[in-house]
Design a protein around this ligand. Sequence first.
Ligand code: ADP
Length: 277
Amino acid sequence: ARPVRLSVHLHPYGEGRLLLLSSDITAVEQAEAMRRDFVANVSHEIRTPLTVLAGFVETLQTLPLNDEERARYLALMAQQAGRMQTLVNDLLVLSRLEGSPLPSDSEGIAVPALMHQLEQDGRALSAVMNPASEPLQHLTFDSSLAGDIMGAPNELLSALGNLVSNAIRYTPSGGQIQVRARLLADDRAEFSVSDTGPGIAPEHIPRLTERFYRVDRSRSRDTGGTGLGLAIVKHVAQRHGAELKIDSTPGKGSVFKIIFPASRVRLSKALPPSLPT
Ligand code: ADP
């Protein structure tokens, strides 16, 4: 049984009687503790690049540097500023998700368009990570789903884009990444992103969608991670009534799936059979 914290108030209630009011404040305290953790995490995440940035500024101000050294310091400073920008962007995305109403199911995004965008962004990211400027991994995208996913297009793109970007960021050069969309037998729509990366040990899996949770902090940072990607994915999935499933085998790779309920899937009408002429 979970411990319960009660707040108890006694109020005078006429004719010498007292009214006892008690309420369970466990949830309130938990929410408050989570808020404190969150603020501490954000501060820490911002302080690190800020400290590095301030150090570089001081170096530029105090040391006599040649042009080449200056350029190198400025590039490192730009990198730290970029880290803070990504972090602030992800925080804004999360806070918007929390404050906005559930996405309607009267608009949506066509699966072929969604897959096309994921493919373009994925190939570009994989190439950016390679000094030779060609995709670092073998990427395949295939979809047998003709129809739309109903909901907020930008959220859907961001959630699936985060899964693709994780697969690319964590899978070493020469690995395989496969992105698939298909209709399940019960008319739900399944998107899956599989990789042949390092995999994730089972004890970490339940915590991956917590904000700032990372299995390997330095690996995440090296590849530009904020630790917020999967928290965003989970939020978007929940808001669309979808399920996020994570399967992973250490040393072999991972599969992340988002499964949308049939109510969020609108299949394209089949073309009428052509009439004999
Ligand atoms: P990050 O910005 O650190 O990637 P995420 O919330 O997207 O944050 O992911 C949380 C953690 O889950 C990552 O730090 C990483 O340890 C692990 N992870 C996510 N995707 C993968 C993957 N495809 N392969 C291996 N580990 C992954």
